[in-house]
Design a binder for this molecule. Structure first.
Ligand code: PA5
Length: 490
């Protein structure tokens, strides 16, 4: 049976003490807020207009029309079997979920070994950094005629992805000729943005080029893996319906207002209390599975961009009974917790020292996997490790980490997956999405925007002379440069 369990014994005071652990009484006292937040979250997520306006449409993604999904599965299958390479361009929410899927659900070293990837395309990710080195190497070595390009950008404006696509497009044109656009799919906003415009222009010239898949309205980047990641899953040969089945099962478990029946709400409530009442604003996210390394990166974006907010939220009921939210600029609260990606057992020889003996300002979330598709055993005659399976040793290391943290009064919790499969991975992503959204409710912030990301973008756009940077922002950039004194540079 496929299963996901959330064990929070070590977040509780009976294991880590009253000062660092949450008490049952504290959970009880949070009860009325939990109920109120549940009612509110329910009411906005059941209202289709609010859902769209507030970017809550991600809740519906696992329940998408089966036919649409079948078509994407078929299209991806064709691409995956036809092309030697797929180059996927995107950043943030247009990248991290895909990377997480590939690492979790495909064989390790997928790109290196043809049988491991069942004769499908190698898949490379680019456009997620402005570092010129990796893209240069790829374009020097890939054959453009054998490479399919997916460019993913909701806005179409993101510098990293746009710059990479501009380079890749010319490389493709030079290597393939006039019909290069038939080897491109754009995943972007269905109506607006420069990438959508480009799709329209190219399709006018050649209707078979620049095919496009829409991003559904009301879905923000980091909550969109079950939308913009689908083609990638299909190319890699992953069963999308299984991913959805796992997410649906989790959605059902996370619909109860009762903390003790709703694992995502409980995760949110415990970390809300740990941060605000126990001084734990940092979370170490430590899967004990190499395959979940990128899932840790995905989670870090989800948590940091969703909850790291300056202002509280002001909610407005509109005449049509829907709701809108805006930042309450009179109430700066600087909410958020700092996520740190790690992995067991590698980081037990690294940041674990600090987790156990450094400042007691963090929680640790571990992920444990019960059964692995492949296992290795130490040969006979090798002392105390003789005939021990790696999976057994890994499980023991996780248990030991739990013990070491708990003995030092360091709150921690463990999510156990029966195995890593499309079903459990789908459920895991949905669990964290729901937990993050609900923590946003408890904090009374907007978990679905990212205004803080704009400031670096605005600076770059201003320096690149891109039209549209607000006048006030441009003035502030000019008036308040970073001051650099020679004596402070050694
Ligand atoms: O969560 C988000 O919305 C962001 O991280 C975006 O995904 C990221 O900035 C990329 O944006 P876009 O898809 O518009 O290129």
């Amino acid at each position: 049976m496929q299963d996901i369990k959330f064990d929070f014994n070590n977040m509780m005071s009976f294991n880590v003490g009253n000062r660092d652990g949450v008490t049952e009484a504290e959970l009880r006292r949070l009860g009325p807020s939990v109920e109120k937040c549940h009612r509110h979250f329910r009411s906005v997520s059941e209202n289709p207009i609010s859902r769209l306006r507030l970017n809550l449409e991600w809740l519906m993604l696992p329940f998408q029309d089966k036919k649409v999904v079948e078509e994407i599965q078929k299209l991806g299958d064709e691409i995956g079997r036809q092309y030697e390479n797929v180059l996927s361009l995107g950043i943030g929410g247009s990248y991290l979920g895909l990377k997480s899927a590939q690492e979790a659900l495909c064989a390790p070293y997928y790109n290196e070994f043809l049988p491991e990837r069942q004769k499908r395309s190698r898949i490379y990710f680019e456009g997620n950094n402005l570092d010129p080195a990796p893209l240069s190497v790829l374009l020097r070595n890939l054959d453009p005629k054998k490479t399919f390009v997916i460019v993913i950008s909701k806005s179409g404006e993101t510098t990293e992805t746009k710059a990479a696509f501009d380079v890749v497009e010319e490389w493709l044109r030079a290597g393939v000729g006039a019909h290069y656009g038939r080897q491109v799919i754009a995943i972007t906003d269905p109506k607006s943005g420069t990438l959508r415009q480009k799709v329209r222009q190219e399709q006018e010239k050649d209707p078979l080029s620049f095919r496009a898949l829409p991003l559904l309205p009301g879905v923000g980047g980091r909550f969109s893996e079950f939308n913009m990641g689908l083609l990638h899953l299909a190319i890699a040969g992953i069963d999308i319906q299984e991913v959805f089945a796992g997410a649906q099962a989790m959605a059902r478990r996370c619909s109860s207002p009762d903390l003790y029946k709703n694992p995502a709400y409980m995760y949110a409530a415990l970390h809300y209390l740990a941060c605000l009442k126990k001084g734990k604003p940092i979370v170490i996210f430590m899967p004990f599975a190499e395959l979940l390394k990128s899932t840790a990166d995905w989670y870090c974006q989800l948590l940091a961009e969703s909850l790291g907010k300056k202002y509280a939220r002001r909610m407005k009921k509109l005449e049509d009974n829907s709701e809108s939210w805006e930042a309450d600029r009179r109430r700066a609260i600087n909410a958020g917790r700092t996520p740190v990606p790690a992995r067991g057992t590698t980081d037990l020889h690294s940041i674990q020292q600090n987790n156990v003996e450094g400042r007691n300002d963090k929680t640790v979330t571990m992920i444990r996997v019960q059964a692995f598709a492949d296992d290795v055993a130490v040969p006979q005659g090798k002392g105390l490790l003789s005939e021990k399976k790696f999976s057994e040793l890994l499980g023991l290391a996780q248990e030991a980490t739990e013990w070491a943290l708990t003995a030092a009064n360091r709150p921690n919790c463990t999510i156990t997956l029966s195995q890593i499969s499309p079903w459990t991975w789908g459920g895991l992503l949905y669990f964290f999405e729901m937990a993050t959204a609900f923590e946003g409710e408890l904090l009374n912030i907007n978990a679905f925007d990212q205004p803080g990301v704009e400031s670096y973008k605005n600076y770059m756009y201003h320096k690149l002379k891109k039209p549209g940077v607000p006048q006030a922002v441009a003035e502030m950039i000019e008036k308040r440069p970073v001051r650099r004194q020679v004596k402070f540079v050694l």
